[in-house]
Design a binder for this molecule. Structure first.
Ligand code: NAG
Ligand code: NAG
Ligand code: NAG
Length: 252
């Protein structure tokens, strides 16, 4: 770039910003705070508002976090991955600790009757980390720590998984093990005898539709927050069952 020296600094700043947004997710660093919940073995951090179940079986393990309302986005941020480091707390931050990478699996619920330490109330950005993740960047007695965080691509093994739930008249699907952006923003479903039908966001990463699709093979069109879409054709065979999980051959 022979001409580059003549371009104003703002140009380079904008180039960096564009690069950071290139994947469709904002990869810039932001400030927040963090606490922890549950115990070292993961007790207390399983299940959660996002709709996931046994986080070990589902591949999330202990590398998880609950998000405050401001980050949770009504559950649509569930599945997103964050890199987090402890900052500006010389007493409690573990020096030289590798930043942690966690998947959002829960909501840290707001408590509007709290007048102090209402860390999870809007507009605060707060991570309620698993014990294991918190203690790998800070001392357990720290209480609340200041952190810097950014979105990162989720690394998952295997394909996107779809757990079917509900009843014949109210079909729900939990979408999990989503790589890259990680957070699903739209789901459509197609029975072998129907056209594409838009599913309604239920809660967390659970989507639903009032349509009888029992006995039809099912295809899904899943879109993540970065705008990427994948079609999982006939991922569930016509004899699919409620409570079963179907894994696609693809991931984002
Ligand atoms: C973190 O989560 C636990 C369990 O839900 C909760 O008791 C605690 O209040 C949360 N932390 C904050 C700062 O709200
Ligand atoms: C909300 O905060 C109030 C005041 O601190 C406390 O008494 C109450 O137990 C909290 N509620 C929940 C559900 O944690
Ligand atoms: C899904 O897509 C539609 C149309 O593209 C959009 O209006 C809607 O807000 C999206 N998100 C959810 C959660 O349905």
């Amino acid at each position: 770039m022979a001409m580059s020296h003549s371009l104003p600094p703002l140009f380079f700043f904008m180039m960096l910003l564009v690069q950071a947004m290139a994947g469709g997710i904002d990869l810039n660093w932001y400030d927040a705070h963090a606490t922890f919940y549950g115990d070292a073995a993961g007790g207390g951090t399983m299940q959660g508002a996002c709709g996931y179940g046994d986080l070990f079986k589902q591949g999330y393990g202990l590398a998880t976090t609950a998000l405050s309302t401001a980050l949770y986005n009504n559950g649509l941020t569930c599945g997103a991955c964050f890199q987090i480091m402890c900052v500006n707390d010389p007493l409690w931050c573990i020096k030289g600790a590798t930043p942690i990478t966690v998947t959002a699996t829960n909501l840290c619920p707001p408590n509007y009757s709290k007048t102090t330490d209402a860390w999870c109330n809007p507009p605060r950005k707060h991570f309620n980390l698993s014990y294991k993740m918190f203690t790998s960047i800070a001392g357990v007695k720290a209480g609340v720590i200041p952190v810097r965080y950014r979105r990162v691509s989720c690394v998952k093994s295997g394909g996107v998984r779809l757990e079917l739930k509900g009843n014949p008249y109210f079909l729900m699907v939990l979408v999990y093990n989503v790589a890259n952006a990680g957070d699903v923003s739209n789901v459509s479903i197609k029975g072998s005898k129907t056209g594409w039908l838009t599913m309604t966001h239920n809660s967390g990463q659970v989507w639903h539709i009032n349509q009888v699709l029992v006995g039809q093979s099912l295809s899904f069109l899943v879109t993540t927050s970065d705008g990427k879409a994948l079609t999982f054709s006939f991922v569930a065979p016509s004899n699919w069952q409620f409570g079963q999980t179907y894994e696609s051959k693809q991931n984002f």
